[in-house]
Design a protein around this ligand. Structure first.
Ligand SMILES: Nc1ncnc2c1ncn2[C@@H]1O[C@H](COP(=O)(O)OP(=O)(O)O)[C@@H](O)[C@H]1O
Ligand SMILES: [Mg+2]
Length: 240
């Protein structure tokens, strides 16, 4: 069955994808390629020799799906305390969409990113504790990931505002040319630990930018909260 997304309002836009609440499952999201920034556009931004690679090489959704299958097989259930679950592909009127667990707070609103939490409220002790716990578990399990970015982690809160957990919703997979399964476990663990150290550095940089009141960029800012959904902009509708 083909899902109709064009007429819906996405809840967020990343650098590459638009994210919608799944029309049939409010506890899932579905991510499609941004129509205003296609795979061909993305490839054009790359220099030689990367720009010689086939379009499929640049497809985030395919790469993420492959890695999520690997995480499920190799690391199993403990990883899903830290990473949103992936449910596979569905056809939509905006191309193939990848479905995954939509992280919502206890009050039903879509969880906000670590970046937005820090930007809005600073780096509270409770948030520090949650980041510390997330980082320790991440490094102990050895979750394969690219850099852990503050807009690719969401902070799931209880309905009273206390923090339940941090969840990685993007950035999984390896940016290196060597497939993970070829590396010894010690190398994988060391790499995960490095990603966690870099995350702490990024948080410090974000705090410094906040102190200077620098514009943090709109990626990962929620367009709606999943409860109060605005009508889709009329420019997205088919001409009549
Ligand atoms: N599973 C999810 N649960 C809650 N929010 C999500 C989820 N997936 C994405 N988001 C939100 O959507 C934004 C963009 O999604 P993302 O997957 O990072 O897209 P891109 O691949 O383009 O960077 C994220 O920064 C986050 O705010
Ligand atoms: Mg992202």
């Amino acid at each position: 069955m083909m899902l109709h997304l064009k007429a819906l309002s996405p809840f967020a836009r990343g650098g590459n994808r638009l994210c919608f609440v799944h029309p049939l499952h409010p506890d899932r999201c579905i991510k499609v390629r941004r129509p205003d920034f296609t795979l061909a556009d993305l490839r054009r931004t790359k220099g030689f020799p990367k720009n010689l690679r086939p379009l499929s090489w640049f497809d985030d959704n395919q790469e993420e799906f492959r890695v999520m299958e690997d995480i499920a097989a190799r690391l199993g259930e403990p990883a899903f305390a830290l990473v949103s679950r992936c449910y596979g592909f569905e056809g939509t009127d905006m191309g193939l969409g990848l479905t995954s667990e939509l992280i919502r707070d206890g009050d039903g609103r879509i969880a906000r990113t670590l970046k937005q939490h820090i930007w809005d409220n600073g780096y509270s002790n409770d948030l520090k504790t949650a980041v510390q716990g997330f980082g320790e578990a991440w490094a102990a399990i050895g979750v394969p990931s690219r850099d852990l970015l503050v807009h690719n982690l969401v902070v799931q809160c209880e309905s009273d505002g206390s923090i339940r957990r941090l969840v990685a919703i993007d950035g999984l997979g390896s940016a290196s040319a060597i497939p993970d399964r070829w590396l010894p476990r010690s190398a994988l663990l060391a790499r995960s630990a490095r990603k966690v150290a870099n995350l702490h550095e990024r948080i410090a940089n974000l705090m410094a930018a906040r102190a200077r009141n620098e514009f943090p960029g709109t990626h990962g800012l929620l367009i709606h909260d999943g409860l109060n959904v605005p009508a889709a902009p009329s420019v997205d509708k088919e001409p009549t």
